[in-house]
Write a protein that binds this ligand. Structure first.
Ligand SMILES: NC(=O)c1ccc[n+]([C@@H]2O[C@H](COP(=O)([O-])OP(=O)(O)OC[C@H]3O[C@@H](n4cnc5c(N)ncnc54)[C@H](OP(=O)(O)O)[C@@H]3O)[C@@H](O)[C@H]2O)c1
Length: 261
C-alpha cells in the first residue's frame, strides 16, 4: 500500500515552513522539499521524524527536478495527496540590468516547476478522486509591477493557470487553490532585494496566519484566497482605477533606492 502525504515545496523557511507546521498540526504526513537539507532535516525531525515528515533536498529550478522527485517518491512508496507549490523567489531591480541567469531561474522555479509538479501529481489525485493543489501566488499577480517585472509576470501566470485548472477539475474530487498573500514575514524580501524598496515598509502578515487561512479555505473549496484584509481592500479599490495609474503606483512602491530612471 502506498502511503499518502502532503508535499510542501519551499518548506525550509517562511510560508512553506508554516504550511508544514500547520499541516502537521492537522495530522498530515509530510514530504518537505527545498534545497537546504540541514533545515529540512531539522524540521522533519521536529515534526516527528521520517514516519511523519520526510524530506527531499532538491533544486526545483533544474529541468530534471520534477522527474527526480517523482522517481524518489516512487522509491519510497509515497503518493501525493496534497501538493503545495510554494517555493518561489523574487528579484528586484531594472529588468535590463538584472542577471539573465537569475531571471530565468526565477521563471523556472516560480512558473515552470509549478506546472511540472502539478502535471506529475494531479493525475494520481484525479484517479483516486481526492486531493488538492495549493499554488502560492501573490498579490503581485494582479497588476504589472515595474522593477519586479518578471516576478509579477510569473505570479500572473500561476494565477491564470490555477484558475483555469479549477474549471477542468469540477466534479473530480480534486480542489485547487490560488493563494495570494501580500507582504508576509519571511526570508523572501532579503533574497529578492525588496527589503530596499518602499513596499516592504507597509504592514506584513505572519507566515503562520497565511498558511492557516489557506488550509481553512481549502477545506471550503475556495479557489482564490487573499488572506490579508488590507490586500483584499486594496485590490478592490485598485480594480476601479485605470491600469496605467496602478502601474505607476506599483512602480514607485518597488523602485529601489537610488534608481532614478
Ligand atoms: N513573503 C512575501 O511577502 C510573499 C508575498 C506573496 C507571495 N509570496 C510567495 O510565497 C512563497 C514562499 O516564499 P516565502 O515568503 O516563504 O519566502 P522564503 O522564506 O524565502 O522561502 C522560499 C522557499 O523557497 C525555497 N526555494 C528557493 N529557491 C528554490 C529552489 N531553486 N528549489 C527549491 N526550493 C527553493 C527556499 O528554500 P531553499 O533556499 O532551502 O531552497 C525556501 O524554502 C513564494 O512563492 C513567494 O513568491 C511571498
Amino acid at each position: 500500500m502506498a502511503e499518502r502525504r502532503a508535499l510542501v515545496t519551499g518548506a525550509s523557511s517562511g510560508i512553506g515552513e508554516a504550511f508544514a507546521r500547520a499541516l502537521a498540526r492537522r495530522g498530515a504526513r509530510l514530504i518537505l522539499v527545498a534545497r537546504r537539507a540541514d533545515r529540512l532535516s531539522a524540521l522533519a525531525r521536529e515534526l516527528g521524524g521520517s514516519d511523519q515528515a520526510d524530506f527531499v533536498a532538491l533544486d526545483l529550478a533544474r529541468p530534471d527536478a520534477g522527474a527526480a522527485l517523482e522517481v524518489e517518491l516512487g522509491r519510497r512508496g509515497v503518493e501525493v495527496d496534497l501538493l503545495v507549490n510554494n517555493a518561489g523567489v523574487g528579484l528586484t531591480g531594472r529588468f535590463d540590468e538584472l542577471p539573465r541567469e537569475r531571471l530565468l531561474a526565477m521563471v523556472d522555479l516560480n512558473a515552470r516547476a509549478v506546472v511540472e509538479l502539478t502535471r506529475r501529481f494531479l493525475p494520481g489525485m484525479i484517479e483516486r478522486k481526492r486531493g488538492g493543489v495549493i499554488n502560492v501566488v501573490s498579490t503581485s499577480a494582479f497588476q504589472p509591477v515595474p522593477f519586479f517585472a518578471v516576478y509579477a509576470a510569473s505570479k500572473a501566470f500561476v494565477l491564470s493557470f490555477t484558475e483555469s485548472l479549477a474549471g477542468e477539475l469540477q466534479g473530480t474530487g480534486v480542489v485547487v487553490q490560488a493563494l495570494c498573500p501580500g507582504l508576509t514575514e519571511s526570508e523572501f524580501h532579503h533574497v529578492a532585494g525588496t527589503d530596499r524598496v518602499p513596499f516592504t515598509r507597509t504592514p506584513a502578515m505572519r507566515a503562520e496566519d497565511v498558511a492557516e487561512r489557506s488550509l481553512d479555505a481549502l477545506a471550503k473549496g475556495k479557489l482564490r484566497v487573499i488572506p490579508g484584509w488590507r490586500d483584499r481592500m486594496l485590490l478592490r479599490a485598485q480594480s476601479l482605477v485605470p491600469r496605467a495609474v496602478v502601474r505607476r503606483v506599483a512602480g514607485e512602491l518597488f523602485r529601489p533606492r537610488g534608481e532614478n530612471r
